[in-house]
Design a binder for this molecule. Structure first.
Ligand SMILES: [Zn+2]
Length: 236
């Protein structure tokens, strides 16, 4: 085992045993290095890795606010990892679309009609109603609307996964606009579909909401000339 992995292993076991919790601080770099008999460079390397994973925030300076703090930010790390892997072309857009359908149709079926996140979803739709909205602003609000719907299901893991897909979704949606014959027509259709999805969730009609959100996600993809053969028409 490389020495920085020793440090990672030590921190992971402290976390899983509950001796380190969110908001807690890691021992000082020198203390940790002495305790584990590794170099301070190895401790720093381990902390950099944990920082990139959204598990700690490295501290600077001295005093009570100094030190490396345990945090929990899964979406930041998953999001940048997914974005990079989409960029390598090894995560096909078709698979992101299918994953969205999987997560989002489950989420809208599960969402409570009284979930406070639905208020935010409605506010986002008001923002998208503006006719002078640019394409990228529209798509940014669009993805936030979908995240709010997913949050309404109240499942922290699904929310984190959707949050991590955020940039990938916005990225492919923006790329596909070039393939659309008429953006304004598409935007009008998307607006109507969003209202229908939200109305179904509010009416506690989870089955209808699930069907609508799947058709909405796949419809955009198909309209851009993609997805033939990969996603079957009329699939429940
Ligand atoms: Zn949408």
């Amino acid at each position: 085992m490389r020495t920085h992995q020793l440090v990672l292993h030590w921190i992971e076991s402290r976390l899983s045993e509950g001796q380190l919790t969110v908001g807690g601080r890691l021992p000082a770099e020198r203390t940790l290095a002495e305790q584990l008999r590794v170099s301070r460079t190895s401790v720093r390397e381990a902390i950099r890795i944990l920082e990139a994973m959204g598990v700690v925030r490295a501290g600077v300076g001295s005093g009570p606010e100094a030190g490396t703090v345990v945090i929990s930010d899964p979406t930041a790390a998953l999001g940048s990892a997914l974005r990079l892997h989409v960029a390598t072309q090894h995560l096909p857009v078709a698979d992101i679309v299918e994953t969205r359908v999987l997560l989002e149709s489950w989420a809208v079926a599960k969402a409570s009609p009284d979930a406070p996140e639905l208020e935010e979803a409605a506010t986002l739709l008001d923002g998208m109603a503006r006719q002078d909205l640019g394409v990228s602003d529209f798509l940014a609000l669009d993805v936030r609307f979908h995240l709010a719907l997913a949050d309404a299901a109240g499942n922290a893991v699904v929310s984190a996964m959707m949050g991590s897909l955020r940039e990938s979704i916005q990225g492919y949606a923006a790329q596909l606009t070039a393939n659309l014959p008429d953006w304004e027509a598409t935007a009008s259709r998307l607006r109507v579909e969003h209202h229908e999805i939200l109305a179904a969730v509010r009416n506690d009609d989870g089955a209808r909401a699930a069907k609508l959100v799947a058709a909405h996600i796949e419809g955009y993809y198909k309209e851009a000339g993609l997805g033939s053969g990969h996603t079957e028409q009329g699939r429940p």
